[in-house]
Design a protein around this ligand. Structure first.
Ligand SMILES: [Zn+2]
Length: 68
């Protein structure tokens, strides 16, 4: 069985890049057996959603930075 450390790494990496099929399956499998990592995964998903929302709503301030 995958170790919790590895599972956490995958959860974190999933935010930066798409996981391979094997990684996805082993992570899903681990989450189905490990309550601690399931909790952790939920935190990562919340973080990820919050990050996307922040990026989408951020106003570009290019006009300001163009001025000299
Ligand atoms: Zn675990």
């Amino acid at each position: 069985m995958m170790m919790c450390k590895r599972a956490t790494e995958l959860m974190s990496q999933r935010l930066d890049r798409p996981l391979s099929w094997t990684e996805k399956v082993s992570l899903t499998f681990h989450l189905s057996m490990c309550g601690a990592c399931k909790q952790c995964n939920r935190q990562f998903e919340l973080l990820h959603q919050a990050g996307q929302r922040l990026d989408g709503e951020r106003c570009p301030q290019e006009e300001e930075s163009d001025r000299e």
